[in-house]
Design a protein around this ligand. Structure first.
Ligand code: UDP
Length: 340
């Protein structure tokens, strides 16, 4: 379903995105029922594209896209990205299919590696045969636990390739290498965006699928203590979803990104403890925190250097963490009310 908050969000993105690059274009979005993928589906539909949404629903939710099902320029394909075959020619492929929550992907390390290797190969072959442009949703995770913060695209990473997070990290790194190989060998138009922590409506906050802010919000709304891992001094930089989608659209509409890697994320670094404080303040609940051990290989700091995105795309995030949290909390409150 689409509620007024997501609708307002996607309208704001389409108002800001003046180009008509996608009108009547055929696009494939893998992972289209997920958090970022479904925002892309909604936005591209509003921009007049014909959208095929591919998802195996391992973590994506039908409620994110069911309102699009009756529309004639929308098609949902329930299939794994590694097996997808299709007769349609796509002008543009957005390859977003992957588990993304550390707690969840660590329970499915093989599937995570395969979505980011076999799945990526499948999508690149599809793009090559159809001469489509293809954008890959890579991740800040390829930098591992960086020694250079803010981290620029040229930083080569500090990664434990055998550790608990390696299935995701190495999957993303392999995909990036494969994308560049297709660019070099076949001249394919490939674009890689390294996405840093993103939040907003539709980010799952339940069980192992949760990411930190959405979990904190659900805990605060439910009157529970917020579960901070470690001492909470580790940092992240949180980008509101509309800013991210805007950056993705700019990257997909700008030929200068062909064969390039661009960081997309918020340049404002905040500790996890401080972000817990901000969530409790925004929810207006009694403060309460339970500390538990820091998971293996949890990066100590994460913050992008976004100079390249500023230069090439004239992009930088606009929504403050306070404003983004307020909207996300409102969305969760409404969703909880509907469920009653
Ligand atoms: N985290 C936490 N409590 C939670 C979930 C996560 O303190 O309930 C921490 C986690 O250890 C990490 C940060 O929040 O340092 C961000 O975690 P998330 O799972 O959102 O993704 P990551 O940025 O690690 O990929």
């Amino acid at each position: 379903m689409i509620d007024e908050i997501v609708l307002e969000d996607t309208k704001r993105i389409t108002n800001d995105f003046k180009h008509h690059t996608f009108r009547n274009k055929s696009v494939l979005i893998t992972g289209g029922a997920g958090f970022i993928g479904s925002y892309l589906c909604d936005t591209l539909m509003q921009l007049g594209a014909n959208v095929a949404c591919l998802d195996n629903f391992s973590t994506g939710l039908i409620e994110n896209v069911d309102h699009l099902l009756p529309k004639k320029n929308f098609r949902l394909v329930k299939e794994d990205v590694s097996n997808f075959e299709d007769g349609e020619r796509f002008d543009f492929v957005f390859h977003f299919a992957s588990r993304a929550s550390p707690e969840e992907y660590q329970l499915h390390p093989v599937e995570t590696l395969l979505a980011n290797s076999r799945g990526s190969h499948r999508m690149l072959e599809l793009a090559r045969k159809n001469d489509s442009a293809i954008l890959f949703a890579s991740s800040s995770e390829v930098y591992g636990d960086p020694e250079v913060v803010p981290t620029p695209e040229g930083y080569l990473g500090n990664v434990n390739h055998l550790g608990a997070r390696s299935c995701y990290v190495e999957g993303k790194k392999f995909s990036e290498a494969l994308f560049m190989a297709y660019h070099r060998k076949y001249g394919l138009d490939v674009r890689i965006v390294r996405i840093f922590n993103t939040y907003g409506p539709r980010l799952r906050g339940d069980s192992i699928y949760a990411r930190v802010l959405s979990r904190f919000i659900l805990q605060a709304l439910g009157g529970e203590n917020l579960t901070v891992y470690g001492d909470g001094s580790q940092t992240r930089s949180f980008c509101y979803v509309t800013d991210l989608i805007h950056g993705i659209l700019l990257a997909s509409g700008n030929a200068k990104v062909n064969g390039e890697v661009v960081n997309l994320g918020s340049p404002f670094e905040v500790s996890i403890l401080d972000s817990a404080g901000k969530v409790m303040k925004a929810v207006g609940c009694e403060p309460g925190i339970s500390f538990s051990p820091l998971p293996e290989d949890d990066p100590q700091r994460r913050c992008p250097d976004i100079r390249k995105a500023k230069e090439i795309l004239a992009w930088e995030p606009k929504v403050s963490l306070e404003k983004g949290l307020e909207r996300t909390i409102l969305w969760f409150r409404k969703r909880m009310k509907r469920a009653l």
